[in-house]
Every structure is written in structure tokens, then in C-alpha cells.
Ligand binder design. Structure first.
Ligand code: FE2
Ligand code: FE2
Length: 296
């Protein structure tokens, strides 16, 4: 795939002609019913582990609620960072009629709507996000300030790939509160376009990348996924749901989620890294160890 202006024009046209406005698309008036979940089981950190069954039905549901809040908050937060980067990128493009300029403006519009939508969704489920820690904030600041644009686009893509999987799973899950399903549907549709564009944009870099560059891209992808994963499962959540030993529950949940996350959420990411030949003797062991993925 190369940077094809006609394809970009098509993406811009869809974004303009079929805008998905959260105000209209999402049935905000619906309240969550008692039997509705806030997050699909396969994405709840502890689900599937024997320890999950030591929780009361209410604690199980609450765990899903807090973790859904974390995922939506994390997307909104990283989207805010991506917008900062897109604006920096726009300042380097002098021709505001070019496809790249106009697509980025459309993407900015959509990403701002997503941030607003996620904030409303967190409010709709009475959530209170646990904010990123100083390492997250420090890494974000350093990246925005110093990383070259190809590396930043690679980072944005890694986050979008994971966000997209969450969207795909939750939108189809009939047990989940409909507001969250529609939020996921909207996000899944629009992220599809962003992912398509970003891959196309990155092609000109990945295609001529040598061993070192491919290794760097692969590690950037990996780091961003770890970064995102570490925002989801937090010890404070187990304190909030009132288990006896939050630290113990947290440690088990973290480990259990690592393998679930690898199995459920990383297919797209792995395919992409494979496409640009980002798995090699240096990166493969790190992907296996840190993300727990099985690589051929
Ligand atoms: Fe988004
Ligand atoms: Fe996006």
C-alpha cells in the first residue's frame, strides 16, 4: 500500500458525509439496568481465574465498571496527546489544501469528539478514573517533545490498534449496557479509518527501513502497548471494590490479564509488526516475555 491521494480523498469524503455525532448516535437517555455489564467478560482482568469466583456478583460487576472507565479514560488521554502531536505536524505542512493536511484536520475533529464522548460515557456510569502515574506522564511529555514524526505515528497506531479491538468486542456484546456498546461502535468505525490512513502514511517509512529502524519501530509498538495495558489494571480498583487483600488480587489480576490481553487484543498489532518485518532475534524475545504473545 502506498500513499494514495485518491484513497485519502475518499476517507475525507466519508468523514464529511457520514459524521457520527456522539450526541445523536448514542442513546444517552438509557440508564444501565441491574443485569447489564459494563465490560465484556473476556476483557475483565480477573475473569476466567479462580479468584474471580471469590468475588460477589456486585464486586464482579463493579470490577468491570472500573476497568471500563480506565480503558475509556486512557483512550481519551492518549487521544489528547495524539491531537497535540497532530497539531505539531500540521504546523510543518504549509499547503492546507493537501490531502494530508485535510485528513489530519478531519482526524482531529473526530478525536476531539471521541474525547468528549468518552468523558460523557465515564460520567454515564458514574466512573472516577485513576489517573496515569508520573512515569506515564513523563513518557508522554518526552515523546511529544522529542520523537520524530514517523515514530509518533507508530505510537498512535499501536494505541489505535488496541482501542479498536476493545471497540469491536464491546459493540457486539449484548450483555453490555447499550450506551457503552454504541460508544464502542462509533469508535470502532472511525478508528478503522484512522488506522487505514496511518498505515498508509507509515508505509513510506517501513518499506525502506533497515534492520535498526524496523527494530526501533517494533519496540515503539511494544512500549505503547505495555503503556496502555498498565493504565487498565490498577490496585486502587481492588481497594474500591472492597476485597480483603487488594495487593494480592491486583498481582494475580495483572498476571492473568497479561495472557488474556495477549490472546484477545494483539492479533492486529502482531499482523502489522509482521508486515513490516519487525520481529527479529532482538525483538521477538521481548514481545514474548513482556507481552506474553506466542510468535511463530
Ligand atoms: Fe479515537
Ligand atoms: Fe483515532
Amino acid at each position: 500500500m502506498h500513499f494514495d491521494e485518491e484513497k485519502i480523498e475518499r476517507l475525507i469524503t466519508i468523514s464529511k458525509q457520514k459524521p457520527l455525532l456522539p450526541e445523536e448516535f448514542i442513546p444517552w437517555e438509557l440508564e444501565p439496568k441491574e443485569d447489564e455489564k459494563f465490560l465484556s467478560d473476556c476483557l475483565v482482568s480477573l475473569h476466567g481465574h479462580p479468584l474471580f469466583d471469590t468475588l460477589s456478583p456486585d464486586q464482579k460487576r463493579e470490577l468491570g465498571r472500573h476497568e471500563m472507565v480506565q480503558s475509556m479514560y486512557s483512550y481519551a488521554w492518549t487521544e489528547g496527546l495524539a491531537c497535540l502531536f497532530f497539531n505539531k505536524r500540521l504546523l510543518t505542512l504549509t499547503d492546507n489544501t493537501s490531502p494530508e493536511y485535510r485528513f489530519l484536520v478531519r482526524q482531529l475533529i473526530e478525536e476531539f469528539r471521541h474525547q468528549d464522548m468518552f468523558a460523557s460515557a465515564v460520567k454515564a456510569i458514574a466512573g472516577k478514573a485513576i489517573i496515569p502515574n508520573w512515569i506515564h506522564v513523563w513518557l508522554a511529555k518526552i515523546s511529544i517533545r522529542y520523537l520524530p514524526h514517523d515514530v509518533m505515528f507508530m505510537s498512535v497506531l499501536a494505541v489505535e490498534e488496541v482501542a479498536d479491538v476493545y471497540g469491536k468486542i464491546v459493540r457486539k456484546d449484548e450483555e453490555v449496557y447499550p450506551v457503552l456498546r454504541k460508544v464502542s461502535e462509533l469508535h470502532h468505525i472511525e478508528e478503522g479509518r484512522h488506522i487505514f490512513y496511518t498505515k498508509m502514511w507509515l508505509d513510506k517509512f517501513t518499506q525502506k527501513a533497515g534492520f535498526i529502524k524496523r527494530t526501533i519501530y517494533s519496540l515503539i509498538f511494544l512500549t505503547n502497548i505495555v503503556f496502555l495495558r498498565s493504565l487498565y489494571v490498577r490496585k486502587e480498583i481492588f481497594e474500591r471494590i472492597g476485597v480483603d487483600d487488594p495487593e494480592y488480587y491486583y498481582q494475580i489480576a495483572r498476571r492473568h490479564f497479561k495472557s488474556k490481553f495477549a490472546a484477545e487484543c494483539l492479533q492486529g498489532a502482531i499482523e502489522y509488526v509482521k508486515d513490516f518485518r519487525g520481529f527479529n532475534a532482538l525483538t521477538r524475545p521481548l514481545w514474548r516475555r513482556i507481552l506474553g504473545v506466542k510468535l511463530a
